[in-house]
Design a binder for this molecule. Structure first.
Ligand SMILES: [Mn+2]
Length: 388
């Protein structure tokens, strides 16, 4: 069961995708009940070496300083009364309540979702005015934050040279809001924005998105080719008549080489789809699902599921599927493919659609071998587990 985002009157997820996503900012007042998080617990995460955290101190007058975690109690004790921010990445991977928060954003593709970053700030705390290259939803979790945005989309604004984080040299706000717990602000890439903690105990969750670039797709295709080698196509000389000098690369030879490369890179749509899907569903490094040891047999797994009543999806798992010509589907999770049959569409949509699976939803799928085999395969890979 998932919590839906509450859009403002006259807007639903379809209209949001059409008119706002990647296009323009949208404020969604009272959009979502925010998960609760004790600031002490956030500070505790920032002290763990495997957690990515930053402290940013400063203000408009003095510029901003960036420090990377892990931090310790003495670091926090030494902080001034105002004008600092603690940022912790991947909170969705560490705290189950934040993994479930992402379920409210599943009208967007799974593979586009990056992480939930949580920031904490006393009065005046901010990272300065800046732009991001990715889409972000900013959910106020506790306290209040003032958001100022500019309506001018930018890609490469001049930066202040007295600050470590990338802070814009000039920023003029066109719009301004004060967000309270449950309020949500969507920002597309390139919108200059500046969020400032107001009062004490401002906590904000940033649901951030990622997008591959051409280099990443080239790497994906090249990885695929190295693992699915094809017959080698050696170079053949063009007619060599008229070679003006032994060291000259003549135009015919160049065209021959270029053609060879183009053929080496030509993948069918099926191959490319698989190469991309594999790359796009790879878990973030450091968050790979861990297979259960020892793993239960399929029968024992089904029995256990009936007793415990729930399956939790690994917070770093990304699901992606596409239909096959035979009516079934190829499901990619964690860089690996599973084939599902034409009869398994409802189960596939359920598994790939939400972070928490209740027995009541899974019960119809515990009778057929094909279905329990699929569930068991995901469990054996550590994608679904009995504990969050
Ligand atoms: Mn930002």
């Amino acid at each position: 069961m998932t919590t839906a985002l509450r859009f403002p009157a006259g807007i639903d997820s379809e209209r949001f995708l059409r008119d706002y996503w990647q296009r323009q900012p949208l404020l969604l007042p009272d959009a979502l009940p925010p998960p609760t998080l004790d600031p002490e617990e956030l500070a505790g995460l920032a002290c763990e070496p495997e957690v990515e955290s930053r402290l940013i101190l400063g203000n408009e007058t003095h510029g901003w300083r960036l420090r990377h975690g892990p931090f310790d109690e003495a670091d926090f004790a030494a902080l001034p009364a105002r004008d600092w921010t603690l940022l912790v990445q991947d909170v969705d991977k560490w705290l189950p309540a934040f993994a479930r928060l992402i379920d409210a954003f599943r009208f967007l593709p799974d593979w586009r979702i990056d992480d939930v970053m949580v920031s904490y700030a006393p009065e005046g705390g901010s990272v300065g005015p800046h732009i991001d290259s990715y889409d972000v939803f900013l959910l106020q979790l506790a306290g209040e934050r003032e958001w100022r945005i500019s309506d001018q989309r930018l890609t490469d604004p001049p930066l202040r040279d007295d600050s470590d984080p990338r802070v814009m040299r000039a920023f003029a706000a066109d719009r301004q809001w004060r967000l309270r717990p449950g309020d949500l602000l969507y920002l597309p890439p390139g919108v200059p924005h500046w969020g400032i903690g107001r009062g004490d105990g401002c906590m904000t969750g940033s649901i951030g998105f990622r997008a591959p670039d051409g280099d990443e797709l080239l790497a994906a295709a090249s990885t695929w080719l190295s693992e699915h080698p094809r017959p080698r196509a050696p170079y053949h000389d063009p007619p060599l008549a008229g070679q003006a000098h032994p060291a000259l690369l003549n135009e015919d030879a160049f065209l021959q080489l270029r053609g060879l490369l183009e053929r080496a890179l030509s993948l069918s749509d099926d191959e490319l789809r698989a190469a991309f899907a594999r790359r796009l569903t790879e878990p973030k490094p450091g968050f790979e699902p861990v297979p259960p040891r020892p793993a239960l047999t399929r029968t024992a797994f089904v029995e256990r599921l009936k007793q415990t009543g729930r399956l939790y999806r690994h917070p770093a798992a990304r699901f992606l599927y596409y239909p096959r010509a035979d009516g079934g589907a190829t499901l990619w999770v964690d860089g690996e493919a599973l084939e599902t049959s034409a009869l398994q569409w409802p189960l596939l949509r359920l598994l790939a659609g939400q972070a928490l699976l209740e027995l009541a939803e899974l019960a119809p799928w515990l009778e057929e071998d094909d279905d329990t085999r699929l569930l068991h395969a995901l469990y054996r890979r550590g994608i679904h587990a009995f504990e969050a």
